[in-house]
Design a protein around this ligand. Structure first.
Ligand SMILES: *Cc1c(COP(=O)(O)O)cnc(C)c1O
Length: 376
């Protein structure tokens, strides 16, 4: 028998979360008497750790899929996805354009070098592009001063039959916090408003959920949002839980108790002996460690559910094991079910917070050695 740890992935939770986002956008469109945007479901990083094929199944009602890796895009096509696919970082080498062409992918264009590669490519059909503006995050994109001429070059490439539609895109750095979206949005609008019509895409999960109105179209330009983490049932916000947003966790990481120890007052637990019992207590050893992707920085007090009872981690997480406090868990033995996070456990965001990180990182970091069970 393998170790009892596994991750179960719920396709219906993925679909539910997409429907939550869809509803929010439709309501915003109705309130503003505009057109609701289309959704590019972001499935980069192996669908935030949930698996590409599972994500394709869960997001079948999305209008498009977005990711970084060409091989993930190819897997979407092989899984039967016929809709738009956006490569969020575009392409890196001229040879990548062969696959872009063959699999009919839309590419983000954010450098002059990419425009050069396009101008030299021999393609069987026009490639749709999203021209990215650096509106202040200073990650990818043309600076406000360079965007107009990049757009001009893209228009030339369109006249030459190389490029199809030319979209306008940016990314928010602070949509989840008090700084919000207005500054970068103003930069984006002042630069792109006077340029030729094309698809517009600005919102990630946080902006889609908190400012859906900015993605509502008031003209004949197509608008697209790019939600990621919320579709997997985690929250993009520090101050609002996924449950409060009506999102369902799609991944549940579960294991079992594989050993029990009875401690006397003064006994210590784990590497570094960082936990010391103040009174006699019972602890359970769980088959889950940092080599499974559980964060080593989760310390004493991190929530965990054992036998349906919420309790806490004790001491340091080891490579293959961690320890749970069984003081308030009445009937427990070797084989008792443990939920690390997900449907019957703590929210992944709670575990992440206890470890000083974000749910995104934990979902993406579940190790290949953890078996995955896909459930409807
Ligand atoms: C990852 C990513 C997203 C999705 O971000 P979430 O915070 O997970 O919603 C959207 N756009 C771009 C460009 C990204 O890289």
């Amino acid at each position: 028998m393998p170790r009892p740890i596994h991750a179960s992935i719920s396709v219906s939770a993925l679909s539910h979360n997409l429907a939550v986002v869809r509803r929010r956008l439709d309501q915003a469109a109705q309130a503003a008497a505009g057109t609701a945007p289309s959704i590019w479901a972001v499935i980069k990083a192996n669908g935030y750790g949930h698996g590409i094929e599972t994500a394709v199944a869960g997001f079948s009602a999305a209008q498009g899929l977005a990711m970084l890796d060409l091989d993930e895009a190819v897997r979407c096509r092989e899984a039967g996805w016929g809709g738009p696919i956006l490569l969020l970082e575009g392409f890196f080498q001229p040879v990548d354009l062969e696959l872009v062409d063959r699999y009919h992918l839309t590419v983000t264009v954010h450098t002059r070098e990419q425009l050069d590669m396009l101008s030299q490519a021999r393609l069987s059909r026009r490639v749709d592009i999203m021209l990215k503006l650096n509106s202040g995050m200073n990650r990818l994109g043309f600076s406000p001063g360079a965007y107009g001429s990049a757009h001009g070059r893209a228009m030339q490439l369109r006249e030459q039959g190389v490029v199809g539609s030319i979209g306008k895109m940016m990314h928010f750095s602070c949509a989840d916090g008090p700084q919000g979206v207005s500054g970068p949005l103003q930069v984006f609008r002042s630069i792109t408003d006077e340029l030729a019509n094309g698809p517009i895409s600005v919102c990630n999960s946080a902006a889609t959920l908190r400012y859906p109105e900015i993605a509502v179209g008031q003209d004949d330009e197509a608008h697209w949002v790019r939600p990621g983490v919320c579709l997997y049932g985690a929250s993009p916000f520090d101050d609002t839980s996924a449950a409060a947003l009506d999102l369902q966790p799609a991944m549940s990481l579960r294991s079992e108790i594989i050993g029990i120890q009875d401690l006397s007052a003064g006994d210590e637990v784990g590497y570094g002996a960082t936990f010391r019992a103040e009174h006699p207590m019972r602890i359970g050893v769980v088959a889950c460690g940092y080599a499974d992707g559980y964060p080593r920085h989760a310390g004493t007090g991190t929530p965990i559910v054992v036998g349906g009872v919420r309790t806490r981690l004790l001491g340091r997480v080891s490579m293959d094991m961690l320890v749970a406090d069984l003081s308030n868990v009445p009937a427990v033995g070797v084989g008792t079910a443990v939920s690390l996070w997900g449907q019957d456990g703590p929210a992944v965001d709670e575990v992440a917070q206890a470890a000083g990180t974000i749910g995104y990182e934990l979902l993406c970091a579940v190790a290949p050695r953890v078996p995955v069970k896909r459930i409807p």
